[in-house]
Design a protein around this ligand. Structure first.
Ligand code: URP
Ligand code: ZN
Ligand code: ZN
Length: 457
């Protein structure tokens, strides 16, 4: 069956242009002006913006963390993703401590296969380094895992400088890419101990014990280790000016560095942690924490200049009940916030509509760059002949109010409650099939696992 998306404006990384899109089955056949409707069912998209299906390269679905499990599993999380225009997610597979990468991969397939409504892939977490893991890295490529993740904080997952150096050497040999969570674990521990001695336990202790400069220190250290190895790395969930300065310095030295940020760092600021209502403040606990308005502006500027390549969500959702686990100990508040359902509309509203970035940049950070960075391009990330027919139909005039009660994700709150969006997602198509229409998720658990190739950025 052929579908003709007629009358819309197609957005690519280069910007918008008037064009129709002809789809046959799961693939795009043609993208050009005035395609005749012969033998095709017409989808009238007059006045609409058509984006390639968004890719969220940073989700945590069905993750055991802080003695609990994230509210969203692959079923609810992927439905929420589709509703937010995301047709592909890349989640972080995470072996249990002491288990192999193969165990981790099997576990993640068990969590996702047959449940995920959007297409999906996995990054693999490296939380240790030994000969077995080194051998397994080769196997991961054969399984379509071409990207990895390391943590410089979190006792359960963190990896030291020596192991990080060795892992990066191996990834260089394979042409792989690694995302790294950069925060200085030792200083965070010391600052937490100081708060406890002082008898302080408010949610504000969370940002105060994870300062921007200690994120920047870890970014700088990672980048020096990457320089020693001579390998590109991805700085995930970058939040602040000091960290951006470290990245600029490394680039000035000639290093290739990829940078991700997230909507919470572009839209919110750290005043959320100073709400007198404990639960309201706890809802925003995530690591690294949300920073100052000046950091937010620096991140937008960096997107505009092409210094930030991707905006992912770090979707790691908990209910308010789960957040309450940290009522008597701020370090026990499960870290992470929902985001997968609102990313596209927030970037349009706070970025494009406020003229901080153009449509081309929006397309690059939400679709084209993650597809290239994580080896999915041109199957994903672009509306072009031969690509999957993953299409987001965005109505720039249909503003709406973000409300938790309207969300399909499993968290019972939304960090952006009450925000009036500029425009909204009217339809989402996944491989030529309607996946979302006027806010209703139509897709079943038919997402495909996507084996991925090498970085193309
Ligand atoms: O607080 C957060 N961001 N939780 C998710 C895990 C991570 O650090 O990416
Ligand atoms: Zn992280
Ligand atoms: Zn994360």
């Amino acid at each position: 069956m052929r579908l003709l998306f007629k009358g819309g404006t197609v957005v690519t990384g280069k910007g918008p242009r008037r064009a129709d899109i002809l789809v046959e089955g799961e693939k795009i056949l043609d993208v050009c002006r005035d395609i005749p409707a012969i033998g095709a069912q017409v989808v009238d998209v007059t006045g609409m913006l058509l984006f390639p299906g968004f890719i969220d390269a940073h989700t945590h679905f069905d993750l055991d963390v802080c003695n609990t499990t994230t509210a969203d599993d692959f079923a609810s999380g992927s439905r929420a993703a589709l509703r937010g225009g995301t047709t592909t997610i890349i989640d972080f597979a995470c072996p249990n401590k002491g288990e192999t990468l193969h165990d981790g991969l099997r576990l993640w397939h068990k969590k996702a296969d047959g449940k995920c409504a959007c297409d999906y892939g996995f990054h693999m977490t490296i939380d240790d380094w030994n000969e077995t893991i080194e051998r397994e890295i080769d196997d991961m490529y054969a399984e379509g895992i071409s990207s990895f993740k390391m943590y410089m904080t979190y006792p359960a997952m963190m990896i030291g400088d020596e192991a990080m150096y060795k892992a990066l050497k191996k990834l260089k040999e394979k042409g792989g890419i690694c995302g790294v969570h950069c925060e200085n674990a030792g200083v965070i521990d010391a600052l937490i101990a100081e708060k406890k001695v002082a008898g302080e336990n408010g949610v504000h202790c969370h940002p105060e014990t994870r300062p921007d400069i200690m994120e920047a220190e870890a970014v700088g250290r990672l980048l020096r280790i990457a320089e020693q190895v001579d390998v590109p790395v991805v700085i995930v969930h970058t939040t602040n000016i000091e960290a951006l300065d470290e990245i600029a310095n490394a680039r000035w030295r000639g290093q290739k560095v990829f940078v991700e940020t997230c909507p919470q760092y572009l839209v919110l600021d750290d005043s959320v942690y100073y709400n007198e209502d404990w639960l309201q403040a706890a809802k925003y606990v995530c690591s690294p924490p949300i920073r100052k308005p000046a950091d937010r502006e620096a991140l937008w500027r960096a997107i505009r200049r092409g210094e930030v390549q991707t905006v992912s969500t770090d979707h790691c959702s908990f209910t308010t009940q789960q957040k309450l686990a940290g009522r008597d100990d701020f370090t026990a508040i499960p870290g992470g916030i929902p985001g997968v359902e609102t990313r596209g509309e927030l970037i349009y509203t706070f970025g494009v509509a406020k003229k901080k970035i153009g449509l081309g940049a929006m397309c690059r950070v939400l679709a084209e760059n993650p597809a290239k960075l994580y080896g999915l391009f041109p199957r994903k990330g672009v509306l072009a002949p031969g690509s999957d027919a993953d299409i987001v139909v965005y109505d720039p005039n249909a503003d709406h109010v973000i409300r938790a009660e309207d969300m399909v994700g499993a968290a019972d709150y939304n960090p952006y409650e009450g925000v009036v969006t500029k425009g909204s997602i009217r339809q989402v198509w996944l491989r030529g099939k309607p996946a979302v229409s006027s806010g209703k998720v139509l897709a079943g658990p038919d997402g495909k696992y996507l084996p991925r190739g090498k970085c193309q950025l």
